[in-house]
Design a binder for this molecule. Structure first.
Ligand code: NDP
Length: 254
């Protein structure tokens, strides 16, 4: 693997499984030192050990990003440990499907907390470091990559509040891009279709049986590595080129 990201530092949220873990591995393989953020410390320790065995460097950072003080502490810990932040990947997320009629509002609160509030807290805390990197860093550019979803591009019956959060992520991404792109902080979004991860497993058994499992049985889904490669593509562009949006779908998904 080439060292396109040698000397840089990446913070990846939701790094304890799925797309986030794959992204941490891939960015480390490109030479970045990676802060791996999530709640499950044991998973992070395993990932960091694996990255180390492969010749990379990573730091486990246990944090619940829905708690603002923890989100801010995770960013601060990353910057203090590695001395800088060049790349932020806002990946942590939750998808709880189900009808709006009679919905459990705790499900809504949990999704909004992670997909929206957590992303905002981490981004706000990281921006001063990213702006400094863009001014002074070796590559004179910094990156924010938000992991949205095909659900941020089009709505689907039964996914209303997930759609709300991911459409929101897309809008926020472009507004923030316009705010900081002339200061050379690139802000982009990746919109995956179905990826084989733990995401669906947090749903109630009846939702899994009726919605999630049939969806994944009907076609060959993406692997987390497919999305990690998309993120790596965005953050390894030359300073002059900013990829705003990558919509990555399983070939057979309509
Ligand atoms: P996973 O469930 O495998 O991973 C979700 C990650 O988010 C875990 O590492 C989890 O870690 C972390 N997380 C959840 N809550 C918190 C929290 N409060 N604080 C910190 N970390 C948290 O799912 P995916 O890898 O699939 O999901 C990653 C992103 O990709 C999400 O934003 C999702 O919406 C998006 N996506 C996924 C698709 C798919 O088909 N899989 C399709 C389109 C988009 P822990 O529990 O240890 O805190």
């Amino acid at each position: 693997m080439t060292g396109h990201l040698d000397g840089t530092v990446a913070l990846v949220t939701g790094a304890s499984s799925g797309i986030g873990a794959a992204t941490a591995r891939t960015l480390a393989a490109h030479g970045a030192r990676v802060a791996a953020v999530a709640r499950r410390r044991d998973r992070l320790d395993d990932l960091v050990a694996e990255i180390g065995r492969a010749g990379g460097r990573a730091l486990p950072v246990a944090a619940d990003i829905t708690v603002r003080s923890q989100a801010e502490a995770a960013v601060r810990q990353t910057a203090e440990h590695f001395g800088r932040i060049d790349t932020l990947v806002n990946n942590a997320g939750l998808m709880l499907a189900g009808p709006v009629v009679g919905a459990d509002t705790d499900d809504w609160d949990r999704m909004i907390a992670v997909n929206v509030r957590g992303l905002l807290y981490v981004t706000r805390a990281a921006l001063p470091y990213l702006l400094t990197t863009a001014e002074q860093g070796p590559r004179h550019v910094a990156d924010v990559v938000n992991i949205s979803s095909v659900g941020g591009r089009r709505a689907a019956n039964g996914f209303g509040v997930y759609n709300l959060t991911k459409f929101g992520v897309n809008g926020f991404t472009d507004a923030l891009r316009q705010e900081v792109t002339r200061r050379h902080v690139r802000v982009g979004v990746v919109e995956p279709g179905g990826v084989v991860t733990e995401l669906g497993s947090h749903n109630r058994p009846e939702i899994r049986a009726e919605v999630i499992d049939p969806f994944f049985e009907q076609h060959e889904a993406l692997l987390p590595e497919d999305i990690a490669e998309a993120v790596a593509h965005m953050v390894t562009r030359p300073r002059r080129a900013s990829v705003h949006e990558l919509w990555v779908m399983p070939t057979e998904q309509l």
